[in-house]
Design a protein around this ligand. Sequence first.
Ligand code: DC
Length: 231
Amino acid sequence: MRKNNPNSLVVAIDGPAGAGKSTIAKMVAAKLGLKYIDTGAMYRALTLKALTTGIDCDDAAGLMELLAQSKFEFPVANNVGSPAILLDGRDVSALIRLPEVSQKVSRVALVPEVRRELVRIQREQAAGGGIVMDGRDIGTVVLPEADVKIFLTASLEERARRRYIELQRKGLPATLEQIKKEIAERDKLDQERKDSPLQAASDAICIDTTGFSPEEIVTQIIHLCAERGER
Ligand code: DC
């Protein structure tokens, strides 16, 4: 961060599925007037494109070809309802949350070539500072020099419950047990992959969101950002 310029703050938020990252990161970005990038949405958008074009989610060459033809855009998060990502000019925010995409995305995220290219785009987006970025490897790999690093967690039960409520609200069929199983499987794949596994950076501040509202967590993070800005 350029000294005394809170507009150039770089905030990295990592954590497992359902810990509240996207909701919280978007709210923090809107409050601080910073740009917001949901990196999970990038892996999801590529997975969606692979599913719709018949490319196998393990096919590195096919995925790289798709990536070369893809354009990601990140609308300014000036309100929490704005789309997280545009893929080739189209708002795919709802489509990338479909269960088919959730089931396959960890496989796409395992492909090292895909990770390298997405990390390159993510760093390019963060180059000017003034950004909140959330994902799995932001504090460790993408932006190791971030001013504020947060690692959000929540119990598996709580994370599954949140996803269940979210899917119910959208009228998508699912059972709590099934979601719990899927999240546990995704955690395992994300934590055990060789390339950029999900882990907290050694200098990250860990926050357990179980039992707290997004607003309470956002207040805590804004405090940390203010402290960092005063140093
Ligand atoms: O946060 P999410 O559920 O939208 O993430 C979707 C998938 O993408 C998840 O399985 C982990 C992966 N991912 C990743 O490997 N690295 C990131 N920086 C962000 C997401």
